[in-house]
Design a protein around this ligand. Structure first.
Ligand code: NDP
Length: 520
């Protein structure tokens, strides 16, 4: 997302360069113990390009047996100390080498990502920059970890020296979604490796290609065998046995709230910690003192980036009544101007929805909106120039009432719901009246009001006078049904560390355990 700032210059460069050819999808197996391994049951899943609906490759359909093998490899690697016993500085060298491999292979990785899940090629390239940036960031934190080892704690008794060691947890299970396939995986893999853990990654069956590539690149970059294992396959067949595996020290999950509940229950049944990055229905509040042209640009970015498939998408808009009509006119014009089509085409701003099932689901919500009595401002149809592929016009509903499913439920597609408000208090009440609490945003010329609203929003991420910028240095995560725990930043690293106190008796005197002075 940091790379989005360069969007305009990149876009114009690519427009000059012309359309990008679809690269052949590499034929890979599961990545277990540093090697490509065929799935035990010998089954594979088709990789379907959502823009063309053509089968463009295949991924292994891993099952319980493959998960067992991957976890066993990770356990062996962990016990050998080949990664866990390295210093942070040594791990940083490898993480930076992986980041460099990602940069060297950026064009191909972005091309695969776009073919696999449909996001515009410009966005896929920015994702790859962010992947490399995230690996570099956690390389820096790994290095800094060395200096934090053995930090002293003052317990107020000079007979004792108390220090803290930060150690890897062990083997961690990482389960990730399809909307930012490689970036969401990296948000977990980079801090997990920086902390010294061994990992088993289960990406979404809908978009696993680049995660398999990452594993191969990590091996080439010098990551020891067994430290990063990737098992592709269906959620029920590969994800469920991973999340319930008793050898895991932790499960880190990003995905829907419904699946997150199952994964969290599996982890807690083994008394293992879990972090949950789940769904959202984030609200952007626009006050009547806002510059509406600027506001509309943030609305577009917040609702239609990644083809509208963003967990933190500000897919609910609250516009202050006095300026609502002017806002609708600008929003309609801007939504209709989006360049939708072949996501490999330079300058494409919206590609297809990821899969046939998700396409039907999102179109179902368009019908629900109409049935519920919301007003369709624009969109809702297949764009005329896209006879094939899972394409949907950027869709905006206005007059969406708080009781409507359109307002309450995560759609995870390019469908925006707009409602109005009269007062700041009412806006906050409407924004917070949600089962979710991932993101929230406010746009206003009044800085003090923005501060109040930022404080009043019940969520983990607040954007002021913007929507969606995301930095790997800052914490990411939600409250309520959007999950628990934080990724990214120092919080992301702490998630993958175990804290051990080491208390040493340092006095020459014998310990007088029955003296009142010795009472601890
Ligand atoms: P899902 O919950 O369907 O899947 C997420 C992952 O879980 C996939 O790898 C999936 O595998 C796997 N999975 C499915 N069933 C199980 C199971 N029973 N046990 C273990 N793992 C399982 O989410 P999506 O992939 O559809 O992603 C979209 C969702 O992710 C949205 O709700 C979105 O809001 C959320 N999300 C949240 C983010 C955040 O930071 N809070 C970021 C990005 C997305 P498979 O796909 O193969 O079935």
């Amino acid at each position: 997302m940091q790379a989005a700032a360069n969007s305009l210059s990149q876009q114009s460069r690519q427009q000059q360069a012309g359309a990008m050819a679809a690269l052949p999808i590499p034929a890979r197996e599961l990545f277990i113990n540093g090697r490509w391994v065929a799935p035990v049951r010998g089954k594979y899943l088709d990789v379907v390009c959502p823009a063309t609906e053509a089968v463009i490759g295949r991924i292994p359909a891993g099952t319980r047996e493959d998960v067992q093998a991957a976890v066993a490899a990770a356990v062996a690697a962990h016990k050998s100390g080949v990664w866990a016993k390295t210093t942070g500085a040594q791990r940083a060298v490898v993480l930076r080498a992986i980041a460099q491999k990602v940069r060297d292979n950026k064009t191909a990785l972005a091309n695969y990502e776009t073919q696999d899940m449909g996001k515009p090629i410009d966005e896929a390239e920015w994702d790859m920059d962010d992947v490399a940036g995230c690996l570099d960031y956690y390389a820096d934190l790994a290095e800094k970890l060395d200096a934090r080892q053995g930090s002293a704690i003052d317990v107020g008794m000079e007979e004792f020296s108390v220090t803290v060691r930060r150690e890897p947890l062990g083997v961690v299970g990482l389960i990730t979604p399809w909307n930012y396939p490689l970036l969401m995986a990296t948000w977990k893999v980079a801090p997990a490796l920086a902390a010294g853990n061994c990992c088993v990654l289960k990406p979404s069956e809908l978009a696993s290609v680049t995660c398999l590539e990452l594993a191969g690149l990590a091996g080439e970059a010098g990551l020891p065998a067994g430290v990063l294992n990737v098992v592709t396959g269906l959620g029920a067949d590969a994800g469920a046995p991973l999340s319930s595996h008793p050898a895991l020290a932790k499960v880190a999950f990003t995905g829907s709230t419904a699946t997150g509940q199952r994964v969290a229950q599996a982890a807690i049944a083994n008394l293992r910690p879990a972090t949950m990055e789940l769904g959202g229905k984030s609200c952007l509040i626009i006050f009547d003192d806002a510059d509406l042209d600027k506001a509309v640009e943030w609305v577009m970015f917040g609702a239609f980036w990644t083809n509208g498939q963003i967990c933190s998408s500000t897919s609910r808009i609250l516009i202050q009544e006095r300026v609502a009509d002017a806002f609708y006119a600008k929003l309609k014009q801007r939504a209709q101007s989006i360049n939708i089509g072949d996501p490999l085409q330079p300058g494409c701003r919206m590609g297809p929805i990821v899969s046939a099932a998700q396409y039907e689901r999102v179109r179902g919500y368009v019908q629900i909106g109409l049935d519920e009595g919301a007003t369709l401002l624009t969109g809702g149809r297949r764009p005329p120039r896209t006879p094939r592929g899972h394409f949907l016009e950027p869709t905006v509903f206005i007059n969406v009432a708080p009781h409507m499913r359109l307002w309450k439920e995560e759609i995870f597609g390019p469908v925006l719901s707009v409602s109005t408000f009269s007062s700041e208090q009412q806006a906050l009440q409407l924004a917070n009246d949600s089962e979710y609490g991932l993101g929230g945003a406010v746009i206003s010329a009044d800085a003090e009001r923005c501060r109040r609203v930022a404080e009043g929003l019940e969520c983990g991420i607040v954007w002021v006078n913007c929507s969606q910028p995301c930095f790997c240095q800052a914490p990411w995560g939600g409250v309520k049904s959007s999950g628990f725990g934080r990724e990214l930043g120092e919080w992301g690293l702490e998630n993958f560390l175990s804290v051990k106190q080491v208390t040493t008796y340092v006095s020459d005197k014998p310990w007088d355990w029955y003296s009142p002075q010795s009472k601890l």
